[in-house]
Ligand binder design. Structure first.
Ligand code: F6P
Length: 363
């Protein structure tokens, strides 16, 4: 029997295009199938508190297509399998509340649950599937690190933001004859730094997949100066790290919270300043990359993902994720999407192209 009541939730860090997915799900469910959509607030948290869910009608999603963020809210630390709960004595304990989440889904009569998230949230969706929940996944993240799909929605918008920032740094770098380091997001994947670096004409790109040597980076900056190019642009992924060393974290993780990367841009800037006698400035682009309205590409992709997720649920394709392959929307098992984290392929044409242009990767 086709689902009549579909739950929808957005989990993990937000990404431009979340609202476009929600809108497509609500409209497709209502118009194509006459089904009802129930919005769950703040990841899975909305299922664990009173008033955390509400019906979404096509009227409720009017005007949200170009809006960044998510009208449902999200939660980075909302794993129901490991929730920090404050005990009566004030102490905190990590508890598994997945049974409560499943009970809430049953109580709401949801016969499908569309989970929009990155690898962390999709992993939770898979665990819920193993416990009998009829989930369908939609791949979201500015990091573009979900397997089995050519691209996640949110990546293109973040790429535009990062490229625009590099363009702006270029003009001021040239005026002041400075080395400009820009630290970009991406966690353990270098897609954002690689694509924005190439698109913005960076001289050095440092990515987590390719540990670097400071000597090599400094050589590039010094060489440019000796050839008369008195400025340099360095796009540094937050997860990039020197050979033999760990990435730099600004905040340690725990059982609930993942460690937060940050600081490599500042280190690279300091070393270049010291060794190349070049005035250096560092920009940490941060959450600007996650904000703002989605690009037309992300609106298009997110809308296709949302509509395809409803069709997948209607076919009973639970435990699967919509994906883009060869420019066509398809679907794959969540296990397959999560089996191998997607990383920059060092022998890809993109890397060859970048190297051919003389971009230094610090190796
Ligand atoms: O996964 C998306 C992302 O923006 C990463 O690129 C970044 O490392 C992380 O989330 C930041 O998370 P938070 O919003 O918790 O600071």
């Amino acid at each position: 029997m086709k689902p009549k009541r579909i739950g929808i939730t957005t989990g993990g860090g937000d990404a431009p295009g979340l609202n476009a997915v929600i809108r497509a799900v609500v409209k497709t469910a209502a118009i194509d199938y006459g089904a009802e959509v129930i919005g769950i607030e703040d990841g899975f948290d909305g299922l664990l508190r009173a008033g955390g869910v509400h019906t979404l009608t096509p009227g409720d999603v009017r005007g949200i297509l170009p809006r960044g963020g998510t009208i449902l809210g999200t939660a980075s630390r909302g794993n129901p399998f490991a929730r920090k709960v404050v005990q009566p004595d004030g102490a905190t304990r990590v508890v598994d509340m997945s049974d409560e989440v499943l009970a809430a889904i049953v109580a709401l009569n949801l016969d499908a649950l569309i989970v929009i998230g990155g690898d962390g949230t999709l992993r939770i969706a898979l665990e819920l599937k193993h416990k009998g929940c009829p989930v369908v996944g939609v791949p979201k993240t500015i990091d573009n690190d979900v397997g089995g799909t050519e691209v996640t929605f949110g990546f293109d918008t973040a790429l535009n933001t990062a490229t625009e920032a590099i363009d702006k740094l270029h003009t001021t770098a040239e005026s002041h004859h400075r080395a400009m380091v820009v630290e970009l997001m991406g966690r353990d994947a270098g897609f954002l730094a690689l694509h924005a670096g190439v698109a913005g004409g960076a001289d050095v790109i440092l990515i987590p997949e390719l540990p670097f040597l400071f000597e090599s980076v400094c050589r590039k900056v010094c060489e440019r100066a000796s050839r008369g190019s008195k400025f340099s642009i360095l796009a540094v992924a937050e997860g990039a790290h020197p050979k033999g060393e760990d990435p730099i974290y600004s905040i340690a993780g725990d059982e609930v919270r993942v460690a937060r990367l940050g600081g490599i841009g500042t280190l690279v800037g300091r070393i270049i300043g010291e060794r190349c006698q070049t005035e250096t400035r560092v920009t940490v682009l941060g959450h600007v990359q996650r904000g703002g309205g989605p690009t037309p590409f992300d609106r298009w992709l997110a809308t296709r993902y949302g509509a395809a997720a409803v069709r997948l649920a209607m076919r009973g394709g639970f435990g699967r994720m919509v994906a883009l392959q060869y420019s066509t929307i398809t679907d794959i098992p969540l296990e397959e999407a999560l089996a191998v984290p997607k990383r920059v392929d060092l022998s890809s044409d993109g890397m060859l192209t970048a190297r051919g242009l003389g971009i230094c990767f610090g190796d």
